[in-house]
Design a protein around this ligand. Sequence first.
Ligand SMILES: [Zn+2]
Length: 281
Amino acid sequence: MSAIFGPAGNAESFPYKSSVDAPRWLAGLGLDCYEYQCGKGVNVGEATARKVGEAAREAGIALSLHAPYFINLANPDPDSLQKTIGYITAACQAADWMGATRVVIHSGALMKRTRREAQDIALKSLKEVVTACDAAGFGHITLCPETMGKINQLGDLDEVLELCTLDERLTPCVDFGHLYARTLGELEGHEACVKMLDRIKEVLGEERASRFHSHFSKIQFTPNGGEKMHLTFDQADFGPDPEPLMTEVARRGWSPTFICESAGTQAEDALTMKKLYQSAL
Ligand SMILES: [Zn+2]
């Protein structure tokens, strides 16, 4: 097993109109995986989803799916929880049609609560989400709560890891750009990477930790809010640098899924990450 690399959605250089053409194109570039974007809602129909899945299997591309951005596990309102469950089961349905094995979900917003209060609500919500997904027949799909980039969002590394302790099938989506942005650039460099990976291992055990899901991009941040915008690897004003992380993952022999979320160059930058990783093996 080795780490795998691919883009979130379609890069600007993607020459086709339909995502059905994406897996073959990505395999041609030398990439391994593709995260299908449902951030603005699960609008993909069954026929298209099945075609994307077929194309991915033919090209040997692993699929994951990003659930709607507006999911907020930390909203205590029961109607909101029912809506959240609806969005996540719809995302799982689309993932199932495609044969995608992982669905990425956002943790939520603080909504003026303390982090602990918001986290307790999110834990309760996620438990119900997992039960609902099992009941709907999606127990084989891995939900991946994501670390978030804005300071007033739930989802620093420890919060996401705690969410993942609810059920052994939950896998963290560690967004290293988000963690860098929300700590105003502190989580950057080799020592920080060692610490973060050690922390995942400490909470989930090495076997589970080794197959974590990940988003990676350089991200511009502001001192008060954290994440401002995603950048490309060519932009040098902000980090994080992918090299120390690739080196450390290779050294450990771990096999995470790396989805690059660069702004427009996500396929090219995913390939840069893969090359850094391979040269460190
Ligand atoms: Zn996300």
